[in-house]
Design a protein around this ligand. Structure first.
Ligand SMILES: [Fe+2]
Length: 477
């Protein structure tokens, strides 16, 4: 295998997928017209700084900080897979009711600099770092699906370099760590195509590694996210698996659906070891993203975007709608159950992160059009942002029509502490297909359907990407 081919998945970008309408793509074979080189999937060619930004509406003056979102943006304009581009961050700084600047910057990795190539096992630094952002232990980080995180300067989005927890990070760290909102502890994991297939890690609030724990799996599954409650962490082992057939084929990523692989959750005490993991079989499915997780009596509850299957033929096979579903694992009986809790397709679930690990009422996601099932409909979907009231079953959606497509909506609390669960704002980049432009938009999270309360037109189109983060000035040290 060529080194660069191997990098095709070590740096592969997102696995953060809003399947159908948000992503498009649906061919079972490698598409003749690659959806990730069309429409708003196309990369942008320049890094831009803009300080003269105009605002429609009002940015709440109490919001002071950085909104930054990661995604793939191939520096040479092409890639073998949607997830295969270089990491690019798009950031907007808010202060005193103004948008002080917008910047888009590549994550400056060896892959971006084209310093990797040839044969051999890639180094942990050899990642595109294209999936998400994290602020923890006093550092802003760009995260990829594999490899080391990269430290980023929040003042200008410049890359400071790779980070490995003083040498204690054994290799891969994924893009979906969880921070305990009470203790500030970071709970995270990495996965690999060789044993140990999964490694669980914990770091204290200051960013000191506390635990590195190999977890036994039955095979090399793709594990994009995981769940944390007050007392437990929850690992997913699902049937999208590393495939030598796919690796040798050179088409897309070396992962595909494996009918023989299990669908199961492993629940482990947060300070436990592999020997403490209780595995719960669930009906066959695949999950990229978890909305939230918590404990209720003897049950460990995980709310997630559930696919019936994914990548059955190959990794270009994206059209499979996900539905918000509640998994309940009973620690006494060892039994698990699953229940669909909303009828319509969705992806990119988010919550007020102060409610991570806690029983919660409100979630948010992108709206996905289940009819978007042919290549011709790519980009024609009706996207939007949906708010879920999980206690009453009610929902409230922003549906701007086919020309406007929002990206993941990140919740920003209106107050540092003491606010109501939905007292705050949703931040999203919204793409205008007709104008071929993008805007940074803020929504009142209590009235999502009312549309943006503030809109900042950006000098650069923000391509379809993955996960964002709000970094309030109050936490930056
Ligand atoms: Fe993701």
């Amino acid at each position: 295998m060529k080194r660069r081919d191997f990098l095709g998945y070590t740096g592969l970008g997102a696995l953060g997928v809003a399947a159908s309408s948000v992503l498009g793509g649906c061919s079972e074979e490698e598409p003749s017209v690659k959806f990730w080189q069309q429409g708003n999937f196309r990369p942008v060619s320049e890094e831009v700084t803009e300080t003269n930004l105009k605002i429609e509406g009002n940015i709440p003056p109490e919001l002071s900080g950085l909104y930054v979102r990661n995604g793939t943006n191939s520096s040479n304009g092409i890639s073998d897979h949607f997830f295969g581009g270089d990491g690019m961050m798009h950031g907007v700084r808010l202060e005193g009711g103004e948008a002080k600047w917008y910047r888009n910057r590549y994550v400056n990795t060896p892959v971006y600099r084209k310093e990797t190539g040839g044969f051999g096992t890639p180094k942990p630094e050899d990642t595109t770092s294209a999936v998400s952002m994290l602020y923890h232990g006093g550092e802003l980080m760009s995260l990829g699906e594999f490899g080391y995180p990269y430290l980023v300067n929040p003042d200008d989005l410049s890359t400071k370099g790779a980070f490995n927890y003083d040498g204690k990070l054994p290799g891969n760290m994924t893009a979906h760590p969880r921070i305990d909102p009470v203790t500030g502890e970071l709970l995270f994991f990495g996965y690999n195509v060789v044993q140990p297939y999964l490694t669980y890690m914990r770091a204290d609030a200051a960013g000191n590694m506390l635990q590195v724990e190999p977890i036994e799996m039955t095979g090399p599954s793709m594990v994009h996210d995981f769940a944390v409650t007050d007392n437990y962490v929850v690992f997913m082992e699902m049937p999208v698996r590393f495939s030598w057939t796919m690796a040798i084929s050179g088409s897309g990523l070396p992962f595909k659906w494996d009918d023989d692989a299990p669908s199961r959750f492993g629940v482990m005490p947060r300070n436990g070891t592999n020997a403490d993991v209780k595995w719960f079989d669930v009906p066959t499915c695949f999950i990229f993203h978890i909305m939230n997780s918590y404990e209720q009596g003897d049950d460990v509850i995980v709310d997630a975007a559930r696919y019936d299957n994914l990548w059955v033929k190959n990794s270009h096979d994206f059209f499979h709608p996900a539905h918000l579903s509640r998994f309940s694992m009973n620690m006494k009986t060892g039994k698990a159950s699953v229940q669909r809790i909303h009828d319509h397709a969705m992806e990119f679930p988010t919550v007020n992160r102060n409610y991570w690990t806690k029983d919660y009422r409100y979630g948010y996601s992108l709206v996905v059009d289940e009819k978007n099932d042919t290549p011709e409909r790519i980009g024609q979907s009706e996207g939007g942002i949906r708010k879920y009231d999980l206690k009453t079953g009610a929902d409230d959606s922003y549906l701007p029509g086919p020309s406007l497509t929002p990206a993941e909506a990140i919740f920003i609390p209106a107050r540092e502490s003491g606010g109501l669960e939905d007292e705050g704002y949703l931040a999203s980049y919204v793409y205008d297909k007709n104008a071929q432009t993008s805007a940074f938009c803020l929504f009142d999270a209590t009235k999502v359907s009312a549309g943006p309360i503030a809109k900042v037109q950006l000098p650069v189109r923000v391509p379809v990407g993955f996960h964002g983060l709000w970094v309030p000035d109050s936490v930056v040290s």
